[in-house]
Ligand binder design. Structure first.
Ligand code: HEM
Length: 504
């Protein structure tokens, strides 16, 4: 007992957790594949708020929604800083929203983003979104092989994003603006996903002269710093071209430029960087969701059948769906929420604190990294019965317009944890593209299920040892690790309906 000073008394009130090795702690011990499983395991041993140390640095882990909500949402000003990413700083990407620290530029950029991408301001783009969904279904009809799904979806989303953000019509795969933007988005996603974390752990690497060994990453950062500005310039040029072409098209960036309240002109660096982020920021998560949808449909045919029955009832086989059909298609809306839950795109969401804080009697020390384990939240068996099963029915009460009255209905809704409260992140950093994501997913999913059946190929799906869907990360976004499915037109009539609508 006399040796108390050897046990770290300073940390007496840190959340509980394993001690780890001296000095190194859990450095190198957090698995790079599916780290959310490792974190959840800690939760099951030490409780929903736990902690570990990595090279002396405290990492606090929330394996339940309530603590994440208590800090990241309810104290959102304090928890708006993301962990530092030196590669983002070296490459200049800190000028873009996902890498920015809070401050006036951040607040302004977020405001502009939300102003252009909220539910109401998206109305003028519904026709673009529906047109893209029709093109996606047509492209899938000519190539029903799962191996090309990703490329087909990627191409389709690329065109839609360029049109809505900058009014630019993409002509082909070699589009001189879209292609570099996509590469940039991949690089950014890799940074956010931790690919270059070595220079965060060993910051002296940033200060090596460029001829020194081990500076490949610095040269990469230099390369991207130059490219970032070129891409930003050419994106702003697209908006300029669209605005001066006399075309009637509307675009988010065109609106921002035309709106004196935005305080932005085409030459402002901030304008260019908002344009870049808006054009590419949401592609990877939407690709992930789309692949997750196809996987889920093949493995959970009851959900697919029920969704198709709803579509048939509303559309009568006579037309393809539109975004105006949303209120009449509650099962499709619930299916999208279940998709957010079942294959969470950001299984882990991290913050860093700049001041000491406290939660539930535990100390949250200044400088700590705090991780919300969204994957564990999505698998909480108390909130979600049979969490491994894809079951849209669990969210149907949220869209139940008939039984909307009374305390019972309100209570039923309140008891359901809507995955939008965590899938898109938290507080001041919550995804500003969430409404846009939702209309795109609705249009695409409704089109695909009207025209096609998603059927299993017979290849075994990749599952975890306890039978859950296996996720893998591409950049910062997680996605299903396998795609054991293919598409089959539901009938000659459904295919004819697609062809006729596309040719109309
Ligand atoms: C299903 C689709 C999507 C999902 C699941 C998703 C999810 C997320 C998540 C988890 C974050 C981090 C939030 C946090 O740290 O708390 C984020 C940030 C962001 N997302 Fe999305 N996103 C999606 C689509 C989009 C779209 C369509 C756009 C743009 C049009 C977009 C633009 C952004 C931007 C700019 C940020 C950075 C915000 C900031 O750091 O302040 N996302 N998204």
């Amino acid at each position: 007992a006399g040796l108390w000073f050897l046990s770290s008394r300073r940390d007496a009130r840190l959340p509980p957790g394993p001690k780890g090795r001296p000095v190194l702690g859990y450095y190198g011990k957090i698995p790079s594949a599916s780290p959310w499983h490792f974190f959840r395991e800690l939760g099951s041993q030490y409780g929903e708020i736990s902690s570990i140390r990595v090279l002396g640095h405290p990492v606090i882990i929330f394996n339940a929604f309530d603590p994440a909500d208590a800090l990241f949402n309810k104290r959102s000003t304090r928890y708006a800083f993301k962990p530092r990413r030196r590669m983002g700083e070296l490459s200049g990407l800190v000028a873009t929203l996902p890498f920015m620290d809070p401050g006036p530029t951040f607040t302004h950029a977020r405001k502009m983003f939300r102003q252009e991408l909220n539910t109401r301001s998206l109305n003028p783009y519904h026709a673009d979104v529906e047109h893209a969904a029709l093109k996606l279904a047509s492209a899938l009809a000519t190539n029903v092989d799962a191996r090309s799904f990703e490329q087909t979806i990627d191409r389709n989303l690329g065109s839609l994003f360029m049109k809505v953000s900058c009014g630019h019509v993409v002509e082909g795969d070699d589009d001189t603006v879209l292609r570099p933007i996509k590469h940039l988005a991949e690089f950014a996603a890799n940074i956010l996903g931790g690919s270059y974390v070595i220079i965060d752990r060993l910051p002296f690497l940033c200060y090596l002269p460029s001829w020194a060994p081990g500076t490949t990453l610095l040269r990469l950062a230099d390369y991207w710093r130059g490219r970032l500005w070129q891409i930003a310039d050419s994106t702003a040029d697209l908006v300029r071209t669209d605005l001066t072409s006399g075309s009637q098209s509307t675009s988010c960036m065109g609106n921002l430029y035309g709106n004196p309240r935005s305080g932005l002109d085409l030459d402002a660096a901030q304008f260019k960087f908002i344009a870049v982020t808006m054009s590419a920021g949401g592609m990877l998560p939407l690709i992930s969701s789309s692949l997750g949808f196809l996987h889920a449909m093949a493995r959970f045919p009851e959900a697919q059948k029920r969704a198709q029955a709803e579509l048939d009832r509303v559309l009568g086989g006579a037309r393809l769906p539109t975004l105006a059909d949303r209120p009449a298609l509650p099962y499709i809306c619930a299916l999208i929420l279940e998709l957010y839950r079942w294959a969470p795109i950001a299984p882990l969401i991290a913050r860093r604190t700049l001041e000491d804080d406290e939660l539930a009697g535990y100390r949250i020390p200044k400088g700590a990294t705090i991780v919300a384990n969204n994957w564990a939240i999505s698998r909480d068996p108390v909130r979600y019965e049979d969490p491994q099963v894809f079951r849209p029915e669990r969210f149907l009460p949220l869209f139940d317009s008939e039984n909307n009255d009374g305390a019972d209905a309100a209570k039923r809704k309140q008891d359901i944890l809507d995955p939008r409260s965590y899938t898109f992140g938290y507080g001041r950093r919550i995804c500003p593209g969430l409404d846009f994501a939702e209309v795109i997913l609705f249009a695409n999913i409704a089109h695909i299920l009207t025209v096609f059946d998603v059927v299993p190929t017979g290849d075994p799906p990749r599952l975890t040892s306890d039978g859950d869907v296996e996720l893998t990360t591409v950049g910062a976004a997680a996605r299903v690790a396998s795609l054991p499915c293919k598409l089959r037109p539901r009938s000659a009539d459904s295919l004819a309906l697609l062809v006729d609508t596309a040719n109309a």
